[in-house]
Write a new protein. Structure first.
Length: 329
């Protein structure tokens, strides 16, 4: 049975920075409130010309460069996103196949909101372990700011745009195994906690929907907060158990970057010290499915990670969806 080795990581964010002070000029909020309630200071926001594909291809090229492979060496592309360039088709995966110059390999998108990376990683793991594909490009990318009502202070302060990518490869050596365990879930009964109500087949966009701003993200912030703190430690504990590891074995905690208070709560429960808890939401805000691989790329490139380190990654988001991955570097 082939094992899965991580050969390269990459990421991309748009150039445009929006600070809390910039937001003070747009909605009734202030820098202190945003910092204290979320931990966010700035976020990166795509301009009109920049799309999900633009960030995805940049992150992909960075990951490919690090891996030493070319686009034509890849035999599958898996993308997690809920904000593709086109609402129905073509998929971001198909666009990337052409963009990186890959052969006519399979390429597709997964929709699991902010848990997208965990879902995509577990899919890549399954395809490689099953022996079906040998070298997979995984890209988690979102441009949620394109679906934000910039007059809604309960959502516009939270989100940013970004992409994270990885090149994963089959290996015959068990020591190369990077993906030790997963735990993934969904609960559609919580669909209304975080939703874009119109623009799909249930409620197409019309004048009335636009008047009610239903084409934008609607969120019950405290409801999502409660859900997140309920599931993340449970999910990580399950994944650690599946990997035959304990909390004490975690080298780095890489949680979905949504809110510093959610991260602090989980870190306290897991008894982690601050140097084990990886954070970049102060700079980027919540980049949805990109947040975990964007952070992994950052700590990989700044040489934080050593071979054998155990990364405990946990994601949660709309759906509801949530899940964890235990990664051995
Ligand atoms: N600036 C200033 N005040 C704000 C504000 C803002 N941007 N947003 C809300 N407030 C106000 C509210 O109106 C409320 O005022 P009131 O007490 O006079 O009614 C007060 O602050 C508290 O609001 P509440 O919504 O209870 O705040 P909170 O502490 O729950 O923080 C979130 C709000 C959104 C930051 C927090 O709930 C959160 O992060 N939830 C999780 C969201 C998330 O992670 N979503 C993505 C999941 S992938």
């Amino acid at each position: 049975m082939p094992y899965v080795s991580i050969k390269g990581t990459g990421s991309a964010v748009p150039d445009n920075i929006i600070s809390n002070h910039d937001l003070e000029k747009m909605v009734a909020t202030n820098d202190q409130w945003i910092r204290e309630r979320t931990g966010i200071i700035t976020r990166r926001v795509c301009d009109e010309k920049t799309s999900t594909f633009d960030l995805a291809i940049e992150a992909s090229k960075n990951a490919l460069d690090m891996s030493g492979y070319k686009g034509s060496d890849i035999d599958m592309i898996i993308v997690s996103t809920t904000t593709p360039d086109y609402p129905l088709f073509p998929s971001t995966g198909a666009l990337l196949q052409n963009g990186i110059g890959a052969d006519n390999i399979p390429a597709f998108d997964i929709s699991a909101a902010c848990t997208g990376y965990i879902y995509a990683l577990s899919s890549a793991y399954s395809f490689i372990h099953a022996g079906m594909y040998k070298r997979i490009l995984l890209v988690s990318v979102d441009c949620l700011t394109k679906f934000i009502d910039w007059t809604d202070r309960s959502t516009c302060i939270l989100f940013g745009d970004g992409a994270g990518a990885m090149v994963l490869e089959a290996s015959d050596n068990p020591d190369d195994e990077s993906l030790l365990a997963f735990d993934i879930h969904s609960d559609g009964s919580g669909k209304d906690l975080l939703i874009v109500p119109s623009g799909g087949t249930k409620t197409p966009i019309n004048e009335n929907e636009i008047k009610n701003k239903n084409q934008y993200i609607k969120m019950d912030g405290p409801g999502v907060f409660k859900f997140a703190v309920n599931v993340i430690v449970k999910s990580l504990t399950t994944a650690l158990h599946k990997a035959s590891l304990k909390k004490e074995d975690i080298s780095y905690f890489v949680p979905h970057q949504a809110n510093l208070r959610i991260i602090d709560y989980a870190a306290k429960k897991l008894k982690l010290s601050s140097d084990q808890v990886m954070i970049n939401l102060d700079k980027y805000g919540n980049t949805s499915s990109a947040s975990i691989p964007l952070l992994i790329d950052e700590i990989n490139r700044n040489n934080t990670l050593k071979k054998g380190d155990i990364i405990a990654a946990v994601g949660f988001g709309a759906g509801l969806t949530w899940g964890s991955a235990i990664i051995r570097w």
